[in-house]
Write a protein that binds this ligand. Sequence first.
Ligand SMILES: C[S@@+](CC[C@H](N)C(=O)[O-])C[C@H]1O[C@@H](n2cnc3c(N)ncnc32)[C@H](O)[C@@H]1O
Length: 240
Amino acid sequence: MMDRLEAVFSIVPKAHAIADIGADHGYLAVELINRNRAEFVIAGDVHKGPLESAKEYVQSCGLTSKVDCRLGDGLKVTEKGELNGAICCGMGGYLMRDIVDAGPELLEFYVLQPQNGQKELRQYMVQKGYVIVLEIIVEDAGKLYTAFLAVRNDQVEAYTGMAEYVDVYQSLPEDSLLWSVGALLEQERPSLWPKYIEYLIYQRQCALDGMTEQLSHTDKYKDLEREVEFLHGLLEDRKK
Ligand SMILES: C[S@@+](CC[C@H](N)C(=O)[O-])C[C@H]1O[C@@H](n2cnc3c(N)ncnc32)[C@H](O)[C@@H]1O
């Protein structure tokens, strides 16, 4: 598997049944079985082409009794009581939020690797009663990705082994940029942290540079400037 999917795999908890939604090639679904992370996997995809590739790959690995490939939208291809958790990788955060919201039920955990909409997805999961217990940054083919594990609050002890878990997101103001950046990442500062923050600064700086003189008086421009300043502060903190 590519580094991005390996990193996602590393934060998937062991469970009886897990779905990989947007399974595409089916690599992750197969690894969940081969490396004993799950006993049963549902590989779902909304498009026929990707689902056929997943099916072929699962067949070639001799795993058709353990990986069930289903065509359809999100978790609607699953039934209540079938799953412990689900994984969604490589899609937009807004789509992931809609997939979780459409159900059919709120699962024990989700492993999510959104390509955008990080803030909205994290805020949605926390509102729905999930605790974000792990966050990672990974570099793959020159690009940086983040992913997180969200566990339903009644399952935190079961999945983390910690009776008292301090949830940093509970006290985070709604307008904090850390909803986008990752409040756990900010606490833990993994080795890719400076590169990640520099990339977030670069993205915002490009947006600022692309704005005309007229736009430089807008709230959007001022917000971006504030974000760049905040992000520089996160880099400074590390040097102390
Ligand atoms: C960019 S690929 C990512 C594949 C794989 N998860 C990965 O990270 O390498 C996104 C996949 O999600 C599927 N997809 C998009 N919307 C979906 C939905 N609502 N339900 C299920 N699958 C969906 C697409 O058909 C595509 O195969």
